[in-house]
Design a protein around this ligand. Sequence first.
Ligand SMILES: Cc1cc2nc3c(=O)[nH]c(=O)nc-3n(C[C@H](O)[C@H](O)[C@H](O)COP(=O)(O)O)c2cc1C
Length: 170
Amino acid sequence: MKPINPWEGFVQLQENLEGNGVFLVSVDKEGRANPMTIGWGLLGTVWRRPVFLVLVRPSRFTHHLIEESGGFAVCVPKKGELCDALGFCGTHSGRQVDKVRELGLELLPGRKGRVPLLAGCAVHYECRVVAQTRLAQGKLFSPEIQARYYPEGDLHTLFFGEILAAWRAA
Ligand SMILES: Cc1cc2nc3c(=O)[nH]c(=O)nc-3n(C[C@H](O)[C@H](O)[C@H](O)COP(=O)(O)O)c2cc1C
């Protein structure tokens, strides 16, 4: 694994977000990893530090785990790779199934925190949550977005993850 500037992975990240998604990895108290697929995310600068912002609905098991542990990792496969695993992790909850075991995914230890990384991915971000906030009902100004994405509420929480390290697989 080679350390990289977080912005170096941006094009690859963006291609995946627009395609099959990327893995958002969180961890429970016993150190068990739970990958979930995300299609939304922002990479940028906040509070003069590199930040990866992820949007997670409160109904996700991942939401509970990120709040509990205070950290997460984002693992980006090469374009067109790990599609089946992305599909599975986007449709199954860690409450019901151990996705890592079910899919036979290999984990690498996190270098900056407790959250492990998914082997086989091309780019990895290790993040510590520095802030969280929730989209506010009544402040979604597009009726189209409201109707399409929030017919049942479950408005996303925005987790601001300070990027502690970014890696590219060697
Ligand atoms: C392509 C794709 C993108 C997704 N993006 C998000 C997302 O950005 N935020 C979110 O809360 N759920 C998203 N989901 C849904 C979660 O991945 C899904 O509900 C998952 O089963 C939650 O797992 P968990 O309960 O173990 O956290 C997405 C699903 C797919 C298939």
